[in-house]
Every structure is written in structure tokens, then in C-alpha cells.
Design a protein around this ligand. Structure first.
Ligand code: MG
Ligand code: ZN
Length: 220
């Protein structure tokens, strides 16, 4: 039996208003020479752990973090423990960050003292991709524990990313995650993206990923 699929578009006005605020965020960060990354993934892919593992390896790079989460400030407290400026945005149930939320968080950060601002979006593979936050680049994080079909099922998120991190590589022997298949799908959906298979837990692959972060922060 055939299946009917109905396509819905996000309200155009809503997105236009968001884009305007995003442009203001982008200009504010550009004015201080701060490069901004928007990190997106499903819940539990390890975005916060990835930041925790990367920040100590970034040397003299001055990093700030905005943590997006539904209700708690657990992730921001984890980042702050590293001695890094971290601001928590609680979306109070909203399943993505938007530019206005980021605009409210920016004044809480010393932008003039930051080379790189990482915004950890709410864990969700769908709507975060539709909202420009004012970032200069996007990173999609995928974990081995989630299975290989995510880039096929959520192409928008993976298509708009400058880099894709495949995290939890240490779980590879215990899963049926098909790394060559995922790499080939990513090459098809987004040939320009840099792809980094890593384990934030063991440190495998982190050097190459941190080199990318450092280069990104240096592009002005
Ligand atoms: Mg997190
Ligand atoms: Zn959402």
C-alpha cells in the first residue's frame, strides 16, 4: 500500500525574524574577532564531552561556551569546571536554540577576550538546522551508539555542517555501526565537510579535530 507524505514548512515570518537577529549576533562577534561555532547533534551524542576533551588541547586559544539545554545547567557547570567562560541558556522545553536566545546570552560573555565561541545546541537532529544563530560555522556530531542511518534520515543537519564529528569511536567494536558506509553517505550529502572520527573518551582522533578548531578560530 502506498504511503502519503505531507511536507510542512516552518513559518516564513518566524524564520525571517530569526535571520535578522542572527545577522546582528554575527556582526557583534565579528566586531570582536570572535569566531562562532554551532554544535548540533541528537541528545547523548557527546557534544559536552567533546568540548570538555577538546578545550584543554586548544592551547592558547581563548574559548567561551554557550550551552543550550531544556531545563538544567549541568552542561555549563561541566564546562565552567575547566576554567572556561560558560553561559547556560535554558529553553524551558523548546527543542532548539534560536538567534534571540543567543542574543540574550552574548552580553554575559567577554567577547573581546574570546577567539572561539562554541554554542552547544539542544540535542535534536531536526529543527536546530533550520535556525541560524549567527554562527560562522556548523558542526554536526554523530555518535557510533546512534547507528549509521542518521545522515540519511536527517540530511539538512549534515548538509549545512562545515565539519562532522563521529564520536564514541571506542564503541565501534561493540556496535554494528558501519563507519565506511557513513563516510560514504557523508561524502555524498556534503562533500565539502571535514569529517573527524574521534573518541572524546580515549582521545583518539582528537588531535586532528582540535587542529580543525584552531584553524577555524584563526579564519577572520
Ligand atoms: Mg550536552
Ligand atoms: Zn525545535
Amino acid at each position: 500500500m502506498s504511503v502519503e507524505t505531507i511536507r510542512v514548512d516552518l513559518g516564513r515570518d518566524l524564520l525571517r525574524a530569526n535571520d535578522q537577529v542572527a545577522a546582528e549576533n554575527r556582526a557583534a562577534c565579528a566586531a570582536t574577532g570572535t569566531r562562532v561555532l554551532n554544535l548540533m547533534s541528537s541528545p547523548g551524542a557527546g557534544k559536552t564531552t567533546l568540548l570538555e576533551a577538546a578545550i584543554p588541547l586548544l592551547g592558547r586559544l581563548r574559548v567561551g561556551v554557550i550551552e543550550g539545554d531544556l531545563f538544567t545547567d549541568r552542561d555549563a557547570r561541566r564546562i565552567a569546571r575547566l576554567g572556561v567562560r560558560a553561559v547556560q541558556i535554558n529553553t524551558v522545553g523548546a527543542c532548539h536554540l534560536d538567534a534571540r536566545m543567543v542574543a540574550r546570552a552574548l552580553p554575559a560573555l567577554p567577547l573581546g577576550e574570546l577567539d572561539l565561541l562554541c554554542i552547544e545546541n539542544v540535542g535534536n537532529l531536526v529543527c536546530p538546522a533550520g535556525f541560524d544563530l549567527g554562527e560562522d560555522g556548523r558542526v554536526a556530531v554523530l555518535s557510533v551508539a546512534e547507528g549509521s542511518d542518521k545522515p540519511v534520515k536527517y540530511p539538512a543537519l549534515f548538509r549545512t555542517a562545515q565539519a562532522v564529528v563521529i564520536n564514541k569511536l571506542d564503541l565501534l567494536p561493540h556496535s554494528d555501526f558501519d563507519l565506511p558506509e557513513v563516510l560514504s553517505v557523508l561524502r555524498e550529502t556534503n562533500p565539502a565537510a571535514a569529517v573527524f572520527p574521534v573518541s572524546a573518551r580515549t582521545g583518539e582522533g582528537m588531535e586532528a579535530w582540535c587542529r580543525w578548531l584552531t584553524d577555524f578560530a584563526g579564519e577572520r
